[in-house]
Write a protein that binds this ligand. Structure first.
Ligand code: GDP
Ligand code: ZN
Length: 439
């Protein structure tokens, strides 16, 4: 078990009115006593002068909070020093705490201790990191829901169903009432089949949770000079892409991160699509097409003053939004192109941009609005669920009950690794490494 005591600022570095330093471990209480002469009453903000244990100089007047184990975030003795902001105060506190035998925490170490003391499962710990990183409302909601345990409960429920089925199967192996013909017995087969279907449905969610967490990718595609960069600029209301009257200047992909009605979206400008002999430019086009293939949605931009560009038309699929740019220069515009509804806009005058943003937001919402059931949010979850599903599929085909039992056991284990209810020591370094300090 952990015996050392850690501390770290829980607030972001830099100037601020207040900064919080968190302590966790057996020395948290003694450290408070040494700094402030007494242990404050549990869970009550207490104002105290903090003294440097070496020279006795007061280095700050701060609010102290004391959370004795086990009713604390980590499950250990925890203290918080609500210090005044700024570097010098933090330096003095760091020196004092180090002198008292505490050490600076690794990133994610508080959450890791909370997990190790059973305060959180891994999905809840991951959700804390997601909430801290959340930049849009949809991300915040998803992280909060996962932090409340919705995802962990789903996986634990599945795992318990499997463990019960396994117990049945093992009993039937040990005390067969009749000759067991195949692998799974009649009492267990429907459980495995149902769960396999539920997992398949959960996985086939169009990567909803992962996209919400990581951002939805929209690629802007079109012929050179159609106005892709101008449109990106107009949408982002920032000067990010190079706008030029000469064809083929956007050689690299330029990205803008947007909050579209609460959804995190990355809009990427790409090189113009056209035949070219220029090696640099054709590399840009290759990258543009690669972007299009990986994008969740594409924005196909046509120059409304010209006949529709065939290379762009060829990309009009289900996930494409068609935009007729330079509407300010064109006359009446068709309502659709390549069977897709077409929106007339002008990057130059801003005409139609609000409608375009509303359409984009609606398209994003239609695909990624949170489902009734919690969504998986990480490739780690997906990989474990796929492993679980593969084991269950094998169990259904197993020729002997003992082999089926082994597959069901493996499937339950794969689920347990998502929440951390089985041995996951090998995973922890990777999972908590990405946390910020003080979390
Ligand atoms: P890209 O190659 O598709 O990125 O096109 P650009 O954004 O670089 O635009 C090409 C040219 O068309 C530039 O001279 C722009 O100023 C012009 N342009 C872009 N959008 C519009 C528009 O809506 N109306 C007008 N009149 N000109 C535009
Ligand atoms: Zn461009």
């Amino acid at each position: 078990m952990t015996t050392d005591t850690i501390f770290a600022p829980a607030t972001a570095p830099g100037r601020g009115g207040v900064q919080v330093v968190r302590l966790s471990g057996p020395l948290a209480g003694p450290a408070l006593v040494r700094l402030s002469d007494r242990l404050p009453p549990p869970r009550q903000a207490t104002l105290a002068a903090l003294r440097d244990p070496a020279g006795g100089e007061v280095f700050d007047r701060a609010l102290l909070l004391w959370f004795p184990a086990p009713a604390s975030f980590t499950g250990e003795d925890v203290a918080e020093l609500h210090l005044h902001g700024g570097r010098a105060v933090l330096a003095a506190a760091t020196e004092a705490l180090t002198a008292l035998g505490l050490r600076v925490a690794e990133p994610g170490e508080f959450s890791r201790r909370a997990f190790e003391h059973g305060k959180l499962d891994l999905t809840e710990a991951e959700a804390i990191a997601d909430l801290v990183a959340a930049e849009t409302a949809a991300q915040r909601r998803q992280a909060l829901r996962q932090m409340d345990g919705a995802l962990g409960r789903l996986y634990e429920d599945w795992r318990h169903r499997l463990l019960r089925a396994l117990a049945h199967l093992e009993a039937e192996i040990d005390f067969p009432e009749e000759d067991l013909p195949g692998g799974l017995t009649d009492s267990v087969r429907p459980v495995v089949r149902d769960l396999l279907a539920e997992i398949a449905a959960h996985l086939a969610d169009g990567h909803r949770g992962e996209r919400l967490r990581d951002g939805i990718a929209i690629a802007i595609l079109g012929a050179p000079n159609a106005g892709k960069s101008s449109l990106l600029n107009a949408i982002a209301r920032r000067d990010v892409a190079i706008v030029s009257a000469q064809a083929g200047t956007t050689r690299d992909v330029i990205e803008v991160a947007l909050d579209l009605g609460g959804y995190p979206v990355t809009l990427a400008d790409t090189a113009g699509l056209r035949e070219t002999l220029d090696a640099v430019e054709s590399e840009g086009i290759r990258r543009a097409l690669d972007r299009a293939a990986r994008a969740d949605l594409t924005l196909l931009v046509f120059d409304a003053t010209l006949p529709p560009d065939p290379a762009t038309l060829a990309l009009a699929g289900e996930d494409a939004l068609v935009v007729l740019n330079k509407a300010d220069l064109a006359g009446a515009l068709p309502a659709e192109l390549a069977g897709r509804p077409a929106l007339g806009v002008s990057a130059a005058t801003g005409q139609g941009l609000a409608a375009l943003l509303a359409t984009l937001t609606a398209a994003v919402e239609a695909r990624y609005a949170p489902a009734a059931a919690p969504s998986l949010t990480r490739a780690r979850h997906r990989a474990a669920l796929e492993a679980c599903g593969a084991s269950l599929a094998r169990a259904l085909e197993a020729p002997l009950p003992e082999l089926a039992a082994e597959d069901v056991r493996l499937a339950a284990r794969a689920l347990g690794r998502i929440t951390g209810r089985v041995d996951v020591e090998d995973l922890l370094d990777v999972i908590f490494r990405d946390f910020c300090i003080g979390k």
